[in-house]
Design a protein around this ligand. Structure first.
Ligand SMILES: *[C@@H]1O[C@H](CO)[C@@H](O)[C@H](O)[C@H]1NC(C)=O
Ligand SMILES: *[C@@H]1O[C@H](CO)[C@@H](O)[C@H](O)[C@H]1NC(C)=O
Ligand SMILES: *[C@@H]1O[C@H](CO)[C@@H](O)[C@H](O)[C@H]1NC(C)=O
Ligand SMILES: *[C@@H]1O[C@H](CO)[C@@H](O)[C@H](O)[C@H]1NC(C)=O
Ligand SMILES: *[C@@H]1O[C@H](CO)[C@@H](O)[C@H](O)[C@H]1NC(C)=O
Ligand SMILES: *[C@@H]1O[C@H](CO)[C@@H](O)[C@H](O)[C@H]1NC(C)=O
Length: 410
């Protein structure tokens, strides 16, 4: 019984902290200033195209944003589009809300790139389906990053091809945004040909049991998640978000012990985020930007942490046998990921760890570049948030895009 209570407690702590991570960083009470992706791009004076209700094979409706060029209309000689893909519970906002000086979408557009911004199923702009209502139908949320990779990415590629007549793209993913592409190109290797280069910022693929206490112990409780989610009816992102919002307000808006608990949660959940690198002016904006997604995405990661393997969703023995023809779910075969990958990671990132990134690079056949950010202060969220992200990361991204983009056009 005691063990069970400890497990439940860890589970609650873990999920709560995860929420803090995605609601991100500091304290509630300053909720103003956040805009939608569309409003940011208009405010900042960049050209914008919106592709609404792009339909996936399994009926999800996606909104995809495009910044076709920078303010100056300068175009690159080769015009391979760049697709930017956000992480867990996030959206295309992550590439613009940092403003023109550090928003990667703007920086690329100003360098003459044709920039496409993904919004995966279940995220705030793509929370819709041909037949299922996300608020009423739990089945809407029955997906993990597996389905995003398998269905959403090809749909986005097809859209880009339809609009631009280009068949090869640069792919930049952050965090879970990297996972989707590994799913797709391992299961459908023909898509490797469509990727000129994939840039992985803090990739989450090869999950060696980490030293992040929360990830480690949170994952141990994974077998309890399915019954708990069923019992509480928590299949969808939004319901649990409401409950956690309550907890966040309780802890993070007060002083004393509450505030300390809140800080500890944030620190652990973000893998030790260093406030020194955070632009404080963005705090209210980051806070306001909510998020949405399926809890199964988190559960799928937890299963992978427990198994120390990158494999498909574990539905339990019976369904596995029916679905996969085996008791254990099959692993994704990383040998089939033949497109060139560039991997960025940091010792300060306790979620996508150095050990994981290096193992990943060694296991894929075409790891063309690997770069450890030379700062222990650089955490998982700093690939978007850090004040010095331009010099630490993006300058190298531009160099790589240039190099591989040109290669593909010789
Ligand atoms: C997209 O689909 C949603 C839900 O079906 C609908 O409310 C919305 O009007 C559609 N948007 C456009 C631009 O067609
Ligand atoms: C791309 O164009 C084809 C042919 O017109 C169309 O059938 C398909 O639905 C389009 N796909 C997307 C994602 O726009
Ligand atoms: C992917 O590449 C193949 C081979 O070059 C091409 O036939 C196909 O149209 C491309 N797919 C997309 C979505 O661009
Ligand atoms: C965990 O920490 C230990 C001791 O600091 C270190 O030797 C080990 O490599 C770390 N493991 C990972 C996966 O980072
Ligand atoms: C993984 O893919 C490689 C290359 O296609 C193949 O040689 C190997 O047999 C596959 N491994 C498994 C376990 O299927
Ligand atoms: C890391 O942050 C601390 C302050 O928190 C600062 O003193 C130190 O110089 C930073 N280190 C690097 C490598 O940026």
């Amino acid at each position: 019984m005691f063990k069970f209570c400890v497990l439940i407690n860890w589970n609650i702590v873990w999920v709560t902290c995860f929420f803090f991570a995605q609601k991100s960083i500091v304290h509630a009470g300053i909720n103003e200033g956040a805009l939608s992706t569309v409003d940011y791009i208009r405010r900042d004076g960049y050209p914008l195209e919106i592709y609404s209700n792009i339909t996936t094979e399994d009926g999800y409706l996606l909104d995809i944003h495009r910044i076709p060029h920078g303010k100056s209309q300068k175009k690159r000689r080769s015009q391979n589009p760049v697709l930017l893909v956000h992480g867990l519970f996030r959206s295309s906002q992550d590439w613009v809300f940092m403003g023109a000086e550090r928003g990667l979408a703007y920086l690329l557009a100003d360098r003459g790139y044709d920039v496409w911004l993904m919004n995966v199923r279940g995220s705030v702009y793509s929370k819709k389906h041909l037949t299922m209502n996300p608020d009423l139908d739990p089945k809407f949320w029955a997906f993990s990053w597996h389905e995003v990779g398998l269905y959403d990415l090809p749909t986005a590629f097809e859209l880009i091809r339809n609009v631009t007549k280009r068949e090869r793209f640069c792919y930049i993913g952050v965090s879970e945004g990297t996972t989707y592409l590994y799913v797709l190109t391992s299961l459908k290797p023909e898509y490797n040909r469509n990727i000129t280069i994939a840039i992985d910022l803090g990739p989450i693929v090869h999950l060696i049991p980490t030293n992040n206490t929360l990830v480690k112990y949170g994952s141990v409780t994974e077998p309890l998640w399915t019954p708990l989610m069923r019992f509480f009816g928590l299949h969808e992102g939004s319901k649990i978000v409401r409950i956690l919002q309550f907890l966040q307000n309780l802890l993070c808006t007060r002083e004393g012990i509450f505030r300390i608990l809140c800080d500890i949660g944030i620190f652990l959940a973000t893998g030790g985020l260093n406030p020194a690198y955070l632009n404080k002016a963005l705090i209210p904006v980051i806070l306001e930007i909510g998020g949405s997604g399926s809890l199964l995405e988190v559960q799928h990661f937890a299963q992978n942490v427990n198994d120390a393997d990158f494999r498909q969703f574990d539905f339990g023995r019976e369904i596995n046998l029916k679905k996969y023809g085996s008791v254990k779910p099959p692993s994704y075969n990383l040998t089939k990921v033949t497109s060139p990958h560039a991997i960025f990671y940091s010792d300060g990132d306790l979620i996508a760890t150095t050990a994981d990134a290096e193992t990943l690079c060694a296991r894929i056949p075409n790891c063309v570049y690997k770069h450890k950010i030379p700062s222990r202060n650089f955490s998982h969220f700093d690939f978007v948030l850090a004040e010095n992200v331009l010099s630490l990361v993006y300058e190298k991204v531009f160099y790589l895009l240039d190099k591989y983009d040109d290669l593909s056009n010789k």
